[in-house]
Write a protein that binds this ligand. Structure first.
Ligand code: ADP
Ligand code: MG
Length: 214
């Protein structure tokens, strides 16, 4: 179950002692039961967040899908949209010294506060046995929070929006795919930022596809 909160019953329930043949007891209509069940799987007052996923070790597509499924399996998180897969060359390292990256962006709705979402991202990285020994080293999975609602924070543990999102084509291209109207808080529209950096080196892998979890 992906429930974080139990909704209040739509109708007050009578104590069990009120027997089935008590004429004052009204059966709960099936439609009400359905509504309660539906509320049970709907997040209350969810916030929008945008997550970037990158993988350049192992089975990159499978790892990206695993991370998406792990996000969906998180209580208080719903994955709403998944971008196409892009292949990009790694940054900050000599050409051909590392495998290329597969990158994608997902939109989520969540009742988790930003720090809990970051913790969950780290847990997903650990689950895929990411080794943090080398800065910009190869990694099975990198989970970054690009934005959380309109929150702006310069806390180095969790900087929002992500401090380099606005200048990275491999982030802006898939972000624009899943949300063409998106804004990077404090930086402007994703579409305008993307027009400024261009999409060179970010190659759409039309032969690959990530699934939106059911
Ligand atoms: P990078 O993603 O820049 O390649 P890491 O994944 O190793 O590097 O992250 C380094 C640290 O960055 C993390 O321990 C995390 O606390 C911090 N961090 C700051 N802002 C964010 C953010 N928006 N999303 C993810 N991590 C962040
Ligand atoms: Mg990261």
């Amino acid at each position: 179950m992906k429930t974080t909160q139990q909704p209040a019953p739509a109708t007050p329930r009578l104590p069990h002692a009120a027997s089935a043949n008590d004429p004052t007891v009204q059966p709960v209509p099936a439609s009400v039961v359905e509504q309660v069940d539906a509320a049970d799987v709907t997040l209350s007052n969810p916030k929008r967040a945008v997550i970037s996923l990158g993988s350049n070790l192992g089975n990159r597509l499978e790892t990206l899908q695993g991370a998406i499924d792990a996000l969906e399996d998180t209580p208080g998180v719903r994955v709403k949209a998944v971008s196409p897969v892009y292949e990009t060359e790694p940054w900050g390292v000599a050409a051909d010294s590392q495998p290329s990256y597969f990158n994608a962006v997902v939109l989520i709705k969540t009742t988790l506060p930003p720090d809990s979402l970051l913790e969950r991202g780290h847990a997903i990285e650990e689950a895929f046995e990411r080794v943090r020994d080398e800065r910009w080293g190869p990694r099975t999975i990198d989970v970054d929070i690009l934005a959380y609602q309109d929150v702006v924070s310069d806390d180095p543990r969790l900087t929002l929006p992500h401090p380099r999102a606005h200048e990275r084509a491999f982030v802006l291209v898939p972000w624009h795919d899943v949300d063409p109207e998106a804004e990077v808080p404090g930086r402007g529209a994703v579409a305008a930022l993307l027009a400024a950096v261009g999409n060179e080196g970010v190659n759409h892998r039309a032969d690959l596809e990530l699934r939106l979890p059911e």
